[in-house]
Design a protein around this ligand. Structure first.
Ligand SMILES: [Zn+2]
Length: 436
């Protein structure tokens, strides 16, 4: 009986020790210990995103993410082209060999580069069918295309897709200026193709060459993320993109993340995952109260990252929303920034990954706490400060934190587990906490 009592006391002691955990450091789930995160993202770089939406964002001091089509920007090194065998050989073969799984990707890749007006549409139709898992129907589309090509049904000329044309008018100098204002720029490929329909050479050209133009014009920070056009979730396309970019908006298959794509009717709901990526894209049919409800849901939960996917603005681009509605919506989001971490797609990705892979070491040296938060991720990208909560040891009323010899601003807070300091800290650099 005495032994049992001792065990019981020991358990009680352990539980209360773990609860208080003086000196223990935790990483807040979201930066600044907010309830949730919101990223405003833009696809296609259509011209009014910069002329109209960007000034609205700047007025509200919101940093957002633009997925841009690099091939259409003047001064880019890489433009629309077909990588592969002479096109006339490919066309000639279509007369005798019907399209099948072995020749489809080459033919569908070439479809947009035949030097004829009206063939690019067939590339998109075929790619959309592959995205919908209907390969046989896609082969028929390609057969129909090349039959018309062989019969001379198309006029010669060069054509570009709508997204490519709508993006016309932005220069690298302007993009550099917007980037310097804090906005993230990411790749939306060289020409905005249907990646699911491309062969390996053309898929890699689109992914790697757009990355190179981002790198040369903006630097390595802007090669972190990408979005394969049309939100493709085609596994083959996503696998190729993942070799080139650390993060994709299309898919983020982390074991701790529940993904809800923008076409998915699902809501964050109940989940055993630690984080939810809740993608929503407003069209002209989406009522503003519904758009605001996505924000409210994010605030009410503690695990949700709302990723908004915008396209057209004020008449230019796909499903263009009026400036008045965007102003109203972004003002609403900003009015909740005491509860929401509003940040770029890249920064939220980095924060979650740094936090999930971090190792915290606490040393008690002569009454000082020395804390190191380290992670094994690529330091060229993963250098975002984390928000830390350090519970003060018993008897400590006040403390000062330094990192690299500089004083770190800390907010004294308390919860059920005791008093703690809330502060921003760089990873992989020791922090010293001294009792005052
Ligand atoms: Zn797009």
């Amino acid at each position: 009986m005495k032994k049992l009592l001792l065990v019981a006391l020991l358990i009680l002691f352990c539980v209360s020790y773990l609860k208080a955990q003086p000196g223990k450091t935790e990483i807040a789930k979201w930066q600044y210990d907010r309830n949730g995160a919101v990223s405003i993202t833009w696809d296609d770089g259509s011209i009014n995103q910069f002329k109209i939406a960007l000034p609205i964002l700047n007025q509200l001091n919101i940093k957002s993410t633009f997925f841009i089509i690099t091939g259409q920007i003047p001064g880019s090194q890489y433009h629309a082209r077909f990588i592969g065998r002479p096109i006339k050989n490919i066309i000639a073969e279509t007369a005798n060999t019907p399209t099948n799984k072995d020749n489809f990707y080459e033919r569908a890749s070439a479809a947009g580069h035949l030097g004829l007006i009206g063939t690019l549409d067939y590339h998109y139709k075929a790619g959309s069918l592959i995205d919908d898992n209907q390969p046989e129907a896609a082969y028929k589309v390609i057969d129909e295309l090349y039959s018309k090509v062989r019969h001379g049904d198309f006029k010669p000329g060069v054509e570009h897709n709508t997204e490519y044309n709508d993006a016309h008018g932005t220069t690298w100098d302007q993009i550099k200026r917007y980037a310097a204002e804090g906005h993230e720029f990411s790749s939306h490929m060289v020409t905005h193709p249907r990646l699911a329909a491309l062969d390996e050479a053309n898929m890699l050209y689109e992914a790697e060459k757009s990355r190179l133009d981002m790198l040369h014009n903006l630097g390595i920070n802007y090669t972190f993320s990408a979005e394969g056009p049309f939100g493709t979730e085609n596994e083959r396309a996503v696998a190729y993109l993942s070799k080139v970019y650390p993060a994709l908006r299309n898919r983020m298959p982390e074991p701790w993340l529940k993904e809800i794509s923008r076409s998915d009717k699902d809501t964050p709901g109940n989940t055993d995952k630690e984080y939810v990526q809740y993608q929503r894209g407003a069209t002209t049919q989406t009522p503003l109260p519904m758009m605001k409800a996505w924000v409210d849901t994010t605030i009410a939960r503690h695990d949700t990252w709302l990723v908004l996917t915008h396209h057209g603005v004020e008449g230019i681009g796909w499903e263009a929303l009026p400036a008045t509605e965007l102003t109203n919506y972004f003002t609403y989001i900003k009015s909740h920034d005491d509860k929401l971490w509003i940040a770029t797609f890249g920064d939220v990705t980095k924060y979650m990954r740094e936090r999930k892979s971090a190792n915290i070491i606490t040393d008690n040296q002569n009454g000082k706490l020395v804390i190191t938060v380290s992670h094994p991720l690529d330091k060229r990208f993963y250098n975002l400060p984390l928000t830390l909560k350090t519970y003060l040891p018993l008897g400590w009323q006040k403390a000062e934190i330094t990192q690299n010899g500089h004083i770190v601003k800390a907010e004294p807070m308390s919860d059920d587990n005791g008093s703690y300091l809330l502060y921003q800290a760089k990873t992989n650099v020791p922090l010293v906490i001294t009792k005052l």
